[in-house]
Design a protein around this ligand. Sequence first.
Ligand code: FES
Ligand SMILES: [Fe+2]
Length: 414
Amino acid sequence: MRADDGQCVSIGSEPHYEEYSMQQNANDNATAPLGLTESQWEAICALRPADEAISPTAEGQRPASIYFSEERYKAEIEQLFKKVPLVAAPSCYLKPGESLAQDGYGIPMLLTRDKNGVVRAFVNACRHRGSKIVEGNEPVASARLSCPYHAWTYATDGRLIGIPRPETFPSAKKCELGLVTLECYEAGGMIWVGMDPKEKPGLLEGSDQLHADLEAFGLHTMHMYGRRTYDLKANWKFVMEPFLEAYHIQRLHADSIADMFLDVPSVYGFLGHHQRQTSGKANFSPDLLKGNIDNLHKYITHAYLCFPNTVVITSPYYMSIMILMPRGANRTVVDYFMLTKSEPDSDKAKELFARSFELIHEVFGGEDFRAAELQTAALGNGNSGVETLYFGGLEEMITPFHESIESFLDKPES
Ligand code: FES
Ligand SMILES: [Fe+2]
């Protein structure tokens, strides 16, 4: 606390990022039907019939140590996660006038949305003696934020607005004791935050197209149906990888969703470090694209890697968002969110959504996440003797994922 009259800058007054309108509809290109971006439509049109599929042969490999080395984990946090914008929550999870504590990244984040819809992010720590201010992990209505310890009170824009018994702090200048800010912007239906208060991470190349794609799906206007948090004994890259390849679907998911998909390559696209997979389901045929499709998501699945750690997957009646938050070389917290177009408005819709929510838990939780835990259980102590892991042609997008990570690291091989 300084006694002199320092320059006071109102928190949130100088956004580092471009402003994005929540109303903006990225898809104003008339040639792409069904509310898609032109880029999404081009990828869909590139899908071939299953019997014309060519088996891809691009192989890759990486040292097993990148999944359990403590040194590598620390480098990923310091040189990657602290340097890029990260998804903290889907936009629709935080309504005007609400605040939300997000602890998944291992630092206490606090998100607020003011009455005008503007989202901000702070470190969730009081400037008096450091208590967490907003507790729990669900959105709470809060016109102001009052610390539970001695009731120092902050506005949702982070300004300190109240100190009980202020005469006992004669040198305190409220304008210097606002909440510590984190870089924050909203785009593509998600709230992106920089996790290090000392950094101001800028938009990654390709993010504009990523945001446009996700907004074309209406992600920014959807309804938050449900959330589940998983605390996994697994390296975050092991958790990510099944969402970058379809090779495992007929095997790992043999008893659940395998029938809905084919063992063929998808159409892959790079949006900078972000990735887009466009996959025809078992019922897809290119002829379908000549007619009117009632619900594209019944025939085509889109999976996005929002680099580095968030996955968005489309389904006929809902969208899945998964934020993978590394907490150690062998630990990842996953926040899963299921978004629907609107609240269920009939018993049929209620049953459908509830069944989907459970199916996701069984498939992602019980199968994909389990595989990541099995890998970590086998390799995580570093003594397995397995030194190299291999990726085949149907896993070809895993290698560019690693290349993207490595491009941020001083010593990528460690
Ligand atoms: S620690 Fe927050 S008011 Fe004292
Ligand atoms: Fe899977």
